[in-house]
Design a protein around this ligand. Structure first.
Ligand code: SF4
Length: 200
């Protein structure tokens, strides 16, 4: 599954995907819930070759202190309800480089208004644009043990939100045990402790 920028595709991207699908004779393609394209039914050797061609990293990106699982809705560029530029936020978060590897994968949901189409409440990092700024939640999870994220802060500018996310992820990466998802981490430490560590 190659990464895609918030599921945004140009006509040229679609043409490239079609060409790859024909060349590798891929039987089925899936647009995943995580805004990525999955090539299904490939032989392992073929899949490895395609991975190399698409420069899909072998190691999970969170091990290098990078965010990878970032979903964003179209935001104010493409949706009439959007009150902020979710795609620019997506690009900025994608380029964050943390000093330490993250304990586990961190999923991000960026929604351009309170309708929350990117399910930000149930993402490790949730961002929702409101008229007075970004609301940042941490510790959400939509998996087997679902959890609504805790509000860390709201009314944030784009720069403030990025800085706070970096501080929160640094705290998480230096405090949580290996493989602990943010939801379980937040259940253990509580929102007050996190706010005390990152808002001061
Ligand atoms: S969250 Fe709001 S801005 Fe984003 S797609 Fe949904 S309605 Fe549009």
């Amino acid at each position: 599954m190659p990464d895609m920028d918030a599921g945004m595709l140009s006509p040229q991207d679609l043409e490239k995907i079609t060409a790859l699908v024909s060349r590798y004779n891929i039987p089925r393609i899936k647009i995943t819930g995580a805004q990525r394209v999955a090539f299904l039914g490939m032989e392992p050797k073929q899949a490895e070759s395609l991975q190399r061609e698409l420069h899909v990293p072998e190691e999970a990106p969170h091990k290098n202190g990078r965010l990878h699982y970032i979903q964003a809705c179209p935001g104010n560029a493409w949706c009439k309800y959007g009150v902020a530029d979710t795609l620019r936020m997506h690009n900025r978060l994608k380029n964050i480089e943390l000093k330490n590897p993250l304990p586990s994968k961190v999923k991000v949901g960026i929604s351009g208004c309170r309708m929350c189409c990117c399910e930000s409440w149930v993402r490790d990092v949730g961002l929702v644009a409101e008229k007075n700024g970004w609301r940042f939640t941490f510790g959400g999870n939509g998996g087997g043990r679902p959890r609504i994220g805790d509000i860390v802060a709201d009314g944030l500018s784009e720069d403030e939100a990025i800085t706070l996310i970096e501080k929160t992820l640094h705290y998480y990466s230096t405090t949580a045990k290996f493989k602990t998802r943010s939801a379980r981490f937040m259940e253990r430490i509580g929102i007050e402790a996190l706010q005390k560590a990152v808002l001061s």
